[in-house]
Write a protein that binds this ligand. Sequence first.
Ligand code: AMP
Length: 222
Amino acid sequence: MRLIFIGPPGSGKGTQAKRLSERLDLLHFATGDLLRDAIRNDTDAGRLASTYVDAGQLVPDHVVNEFVKEVFSLKQGPEHFVMDGYPRTIGQAKWFDKFLKQEHLDLDAVIFLSVADEEIIKRISARWSCSQPSCRTTYNTASKPPKKAGVCDACGSALSQREDDKAETVRKRLDIFHASYDELLEHYRKQGMLVEVPGVGNIEDIYRSIEAALKQSVQAKA
Ligand code: AMP
């Protein structure tokens, strides 16, 4: 199965894409994680991407497309995958269409997880993690708060927020997302690929809705 997962930041797309990849045995391809790894490893591309990522802006298409090409070009390149956070612009989508065609890889569906903006801002600004690199325990002030505010239960270090999880940056990320995703969704709707699932409720229920919608979509195409 070859899938693209689209969802605003904080819609839960990462969690659901990971679950799909584990249960359907697909490669979970998250460009956000790849970019953060490159930044941590201080590679040329990482240095190029870091100013955009820290500011909550999209990394230029050619930089991200190059990351994707590199992974697909590996000897053990993915046959079955779920793209998480890519493509995010119409430019990336058109490039990826051509690339997949050239690699003889047909897409099965594009899943769109829809969640309202205010709900997203509430969810993301609740995310905190331990600032100690060897610990990094994560918390959520709504669903998994630390015993003492701002302090890690596991090691006692201060908690911090990812630069791009701060409320102001989240708003910016949502504006950017909205500016490009209407066109992106239309692109895949026209191809008959789009499967829309509401991303609200309990994680397993949302997963089941995704599975059911996917099954229906694949059967309709058969
Ligand atoms: P994510 O973890 O998917 O929310 O991505 C974190 C950050 O990485 C985004 O705010 C962007 O700066 C960057 N990023 C991830 N994927 C892409 C992409 N497909 N195109 C451009 N920038 C991206």
